[in-house]
Write a protein that binds this ligand. Sequence first.
Ligand SMILES: Nc1ncnc2c1ncn2[C@@H]1O[C@H](COP(=O)(O)OP(=O)(O)O)[C@@H](O)[C@H]1O
Ligand SMILES: [Mg+2]
Length: 416
Amino acid sequence: MTDDVAIRVEAVSKKFDLHSDRRTNIKERFVRGRPKGSDEFWALKDVSFEVPRGSTYGLIGHNGSGKSTMLKLLASIHRPTSGAVMAAGRVSSMIELGAGFHPELSGRENVFLNGSILGMTRKQIDASLEEIIEFSGIPLQFIDAPVKVYSSGMYVRLGFAIAVNLDPEILLIDEIVAVGDEDFQRKCFDHLYKLRRKGVTICFVSHSLPLVQTLCDHALWLDHGQMRAEGKALTVVDEYLRAVNKTESDRLGHAEEIDDSHSRRGSREITISKLEFLDATGTPSPVGTTGEPLTVRMHYEVHQPVTEPVFGLAFHHESGTHVAGPNSREGSVMTGTPRGAGHVDFRMDRLLLQPGAFVVTAAVVDTTMAHVYDYRDQAFALHVQPGHGAAGAGVVDLPGTWTMKTVDQLDQGEAS
Ligand SMILES: Nc1ncnc2c1ncn2[C@@H]1O[C@H](COP(=O)(O)OP(=O)(O)O)[C@@H](O)[C@H]1O
Ligand SMILES: [Mg+2]
């Protein structure tokens, strides 16, 4: 392997034999018999990729797609059934909760155990010990207690502290880190950035697509053990999102209607028959994407002529928060005296709602906004998924810009 490649996976397949753990119950075996074919299961099929030294690689895909199995092959916990896996360098991993820990040994002793497994000398481990204990945040009264009394959070913190501080050349991390609390997660990610700057090769599994897009250079999308896409992280995540989005739309069709027959009110001269959410390409989809265009299309039917009706929408977050309530009068649209049927569009160039579940109210009222023709209270579901860039917290994405000035620049500004 050349020096600039840290990990090479060549046409790897992994088969598990299921019969040993599937039916332990003899009666069940007897009654149901052995299934036709065999109890073989291919967790990975013909997977190939390379991770350049010093780069960060992400593994994404649905549950059961083989991501953890792939990491276990890289960590030599499993052997491939066929193909070859090569990892050139000292591999440190954080794959299974508590794996690599001896339950009867104390936290401190486990640090030494793990260090020696990684091929480090006692002196080298000694040098990192304080840092590891501090990073883990494990209370001192616990650090000399056997790890079998640790909480799962403490296991994760100690495991991660060891994995990242014992000077790895290749670091493998499963989504297990997600078990820790938010503060600890932040600390982990800060540390990952630091290791990446130091030139450590990192390969990790995450369900956080924004994280994969920001942290990883390259990524692999696994689907039922097979490669669906491999290459630049931005592109692979995009393809993945598009596929997930499409499945959702196929499943749900147009905007999901919530039964509002009891709450629906109004005099019904004009009614709202349907609501659609149109994506950037104009395709109806119940899923919107933060930062991308979204058009809300209100289909109306006129039963008796009305003049200058006002069309309105309300967006509620699943937590109950009323987020926004735009209407066509604010938008200065003259609606005239509509006849028959048609639609009114509310177009957003950039959807500012953050990922989450929202419910939309659609209403049509008279010019004074005092009389209700049709009011469909929280009758349509809108799912918002993360788009490009980091997913922020909260309900909306505030479209601001940041700037910064140093004290020197401020002084210059005053002088001139
Ligand atoms: N030791 C094992 N024995 C049998 N089947 C396994 C074993 N480990 C994983 N599998 C199966 O392989 C598939 C892939 O699992 P995994 O790699 O854990 O997926 P992911 O991490 O993407 O959720 C799953 O269907 C899982 O049930
Ligand atoms: Mg997994």
